[in-house]
Design a protein around this ligand. Structure first.
Ligand code: SPV
Ligand code: MG
Length: 553
C-alpha cells in the first residue's frame, strides 16, 4: 500500500481504504456513479465535483496521450498515468484494463501493480489483445470463455487488498452474439470470481441491457456504460437495480472541445483578449494543483530566508534638509553613484530573496517609478508621520515582513543577519553609533535602549530585549541607534497591526514615528529583540550623508 504518499489533497488519516470505498459503490441497493478522468488534473476535478469514484478510461487516456485506443500505449505507460491520478485524489479509481494486456500472467502482474498503487479495481473485457474500441467496426472476436475465466482467477489471486475489485466486461451484445451468450458468459465470469459484471451495449436504447439485467437478477452487481443510450432517464437504471453507472469519456470530450475552440480563436484573432475571461485563471490552476499545501510545507520545512518575507519601505517624506536636491523628487530617489538610493535598497532586498516590495509614496510620488515594486500612496504625507504611512500599507502588513526606511543604505550582511535573527519583532541597531558623525543640526537620532549592551563575546548569543526607543533617550543610557530596519514574523505583524489600531484609537497614530510604536510595545512587555550591528550603514539626511554614502559604496 502507498500509505506514505504526500497528496496535494491529503487523505484523511482515518480514511476508508480506496478499494473498500469502491466495493461500497458496487452495492446494488443504491445506484452509484463514477466519472471519467484521464490524468491527475481531470481526476481531481472529478473528485471536486463530488463523484465518489473515478473511471480511468482507456479511450480517454489514450486520446490524451495522442494515441489510439488499440493498446498503443503500453500498460506501464498507463500505470504511470494512473499513479498521478491516484496521488492526486482520495476517491477510488476503477481502471479500464482493456483485455488485461495479454494472458493470465500479464493480468497477474497488472493486478499486483494496480494494488500497489492504491487503485481500487480493474475492469477487463472479453476480447483479444490488442483490443479495439468497442464502438469501432462490427463483431469483434470474443475471448474464449475458459481462457477469460482463468484471467479473472489469476487476477483475484494476485490482488494485495481483499477488497480490490475485478469487473468482467461482457462484449457479447456488442459483437452480436445475443442475450443468451451474454448471460452464459456472465455466469462463467461470476463463478470465476468476478466481483461484478459490466454489460456493454452500443445500441441507442437501453433495451438489450435492461433485458440482460432482468434475466441476470443481480446474481452479482451490474455495471453499465450508457454512452450511446445516453438519453435514458437515470431512474430507469435505478428501477432495474443496477449498481454502477460509468460516465465514460465526457471529460476528455469536453476538454477537446474547449481546446479546439480556444486554439482556433487565438490563432484567428492573434490575441488572448477574447478567451481570457472565459477560461480558468492561472490562480485557479495553482489552487487545484494544491499550491497552498506546498506553501505551508515550505514554512514548516525550509530554512527561513528572505523569500518568506515581503518588505514595506516608508518613503513618503521629502527630506527637506537636502535642499534643492529634493525639489523634484523625494530623497529616496536621489542618485548615489548612478542609482537612486531606493533602487539600491530594493536591489539589496531582492538579492536577499525578498521579491515583494511595497513602497509607501507621498512627496513627489510620481518620481518613484521603479520597476517591480508595488506602491501605496500616503497623500496626506505633509500632515502625517511614518506610522500613518505604515497604516496606509496595512494590507501588506499581514504576514512576515520587513519594514525599512527608504533613505537608508546598508551592506548585504546586515540583511542576512536580520533575516536569521530569532524573534517575532526584531530591530537592527548600530552598537557603534557614537562613532558616527552627527547629522545635520536638529535631526534627531533614533536611539534605543536594550536590556544588554553589544557584546563581542563569541559565546554571547542570547537575544537582547528592547527596553525603550525614541527621541527622549539620553546618550548615556542608549545602547544603540535604530538604523531604520526591522523584521516582523506573522505573529509580530499582527502585534504591530493591533498597536496601530490602539494608537489610532487614542489619537497618537497620525504623526507618530516607528520608534514611538516600538517604545509602546516595549513598555507593554512585548518582546522586541535588538539585533546589534557595528556600523557600515547610513541614512541620508543631508549633503554630508550623501558624501559618506559614496564612500560606503
Ligand atoms: C473506455 O472508456 O475506454 C471504455 C468504455 O472502454 S467505451 O469506450 O464505452 O467502450
Ligand atoms: Mg476502454
Amino acid at each position: 500500500m502507498t500509505a506514505n504518499i504526500v497528496r496535494a489533497i491529503p487523505a484523511s488519516p482515518v480514511a476508508v481504504p480506496k478499494a473498500t470505498q469502491f466495493r461500497r459503490l458496487l452495492d446494488p441497493k443504491e445506484l452509484s456513479f463514477i466519472m471519467e478522468a484521464h490524468n491527475g488534473l481531470s481526476a481531481r476535478i472529478v473528485e471536486e465535483a463530488g463523484f465518489k469514484g473515478i473511471w480511468a478510461s482507456g479511450l480517454s487516456i489514450s486520446a490524451a496521450l495522442g494515441v489510439r485506443d488499440n493498446n498503443e500505449a503500453s500498460w506501464t505507460q498507463v500505470l504511470e498515468v494512473l499513479e498521478f491520478m491516484s496521488d492526486a485524489t482520495s476517491v477510488p479509481i476503477l481502471v479500464d484494463g482493456d483485455t488485461g494486456y495479454g494472458n493470465f500472467n500479464n493480468m497477474r502482474r497488472l493486478v499486483t501493480k494496480l494494488s500497489q498503487r492504491d487503485i481500487a479495481g480493474v475492469c477487463i473485457e472479453d476480447k483479444l489483445f490488442p483490443k479495439t474500441n468497442s464502438f469501432i467496426g462490427h463483431a469483434q472476436p470474443l475471448a474464449d470463455i475458459d481462457e477469460f475465466c482463468g484471467k479473472i482467477k489469476a487476477g483475484k489471486d494476485s490482488q494485495l487488498d481483499d477488497d480490490f475489485s475485478i469487473i468482467a466486461r461482457i462484449e457479447a451484445l456488442i459483437s452480436g452474439w445475443g442475450l443468451d451468450e451474454a448471460l452464459r458468459r456472465a455466469e462463467a465470469y461470476h463463478s470465476a470470481g468476478a466481483d461484478a459484471v459490466l454489460i456493454h451495449s452500443k445500441q441507442s436504447t437501453p433495451d438489450e441491457v435492461l433485458a440482460f439485467t432482468k434475466e441476470w437478477a443481480n446474481r452479482c452487481p451490474v455495471v453499465i456504460v450508457p454512452t450511446i443510450y445516453y438519453d435514458t432517464p437515470t431512474q430507469v437504471f435505478r428501477d432495474h437495480e443496477m449498481a454502477l453507472v460509468i460516465w465514460a469519456n465526457h471529460n476528455m470530450r469536453a476538454a477537446m472541445q474547449a481546446m479546439q475552440d480556444v486554439s482556433a480563436e487565438i490563432f484567428q484573432t492573434e490575441s488572448l483578449v477574447g478567451v481570457e475571461k472565459r477560461i480558468p485563471t492561472v490562480r485557479e490552476v495553482f489552487r487545484i494543483a494544491g499550491n497552498d499545501e506546498l506553501a505551508e510545507a515550505e514554512a514548516r520545512y525550509l530554512p527561513q530566508n528572505g523569500t518568506d518575507y515581503r518588505a514595506i519601505v516608508l518613503a513618503a517624506s521629502r527630506g527637506a534638509a537636502l535642499g534643492s536636491l529634493t525639489d523634484d523628487k523625494p530623497k529616496c530617489m536621489i542618485d548615489v553613484r548612478g542609482q537612486p538610493i531606493l533602487r539600491r535598497q530594493v536591489g539589496m532586498l531582492n538579492a536577499a530573496g525578498v521579491r515583494d516590495v511595497t513602497v509607501v509614496r507621498g512627496y513627489k510620488k510620481d518620481a518613484i517609478d521603479l520597476p517591480s515594486i508595488e506602491t501605496i500612496d500616503n497623500d496626506d504625507y505633509a500632515n502625517t508621520g511614518e506610522l500613518h504611512s505604515l497604516d496606509c500599507a496595512r494590507d501588506a502588513l499581514n504576514g512576515a515582513c520587513l519594514i525599512s526606511y527608504g533613505d537608508i543604505l546598508f551592506r548585504e550582511h546586515m540583511l542576512d543577519t536580520l533575516l536569521r535573527a530569532e524573534g517575532d519583532i526584531v530591530i537592527v541597531a548600530d552598537a557603534l553609533w557614537r562613532e558616527r558623525e552627527q547629522s545635520a543640526e536638529g535631526l534627531v537620532r533614533d536611539l534605543v535602549v536594550g536590556d544588554r549592551a553589544f557584546s563581542t563575546d563569541y559565546l554571547d548569543d542570547a537575544p537582547v530585549r528592547l527596553l525603550n526607543a525614541g527621541g527622549e533617550i539620553g546618550e548615556e543610557t542608549a545602547t544603540g541607534e535604530w538604523v531604520g530596519l526591522l523584521k516582523l514574523s506573522e505573529v509580530g505583524a499582527k502585534t504591530v497591526q493591533a498597536e496601530l489600531e490602539a494608537m489610532k484609537a487614542d489619537g497618537s497614530l497620525g504623526r507618530g514615528d516607528v520608534p514611538s510604536l516600538l517604545s509602546r510595545l516595549a513598555s507593554k512587555g512585548q518582546d522586541v529583540h535588538v539585533q546589534y550591528i557595528t556600523g557600515q550603514w547610513l541614512d541620508i539626511d543631508d549633503a554630508l550623508d550623501l558624501a559618506r554614502a559614496r564612500n560606503l559604496l
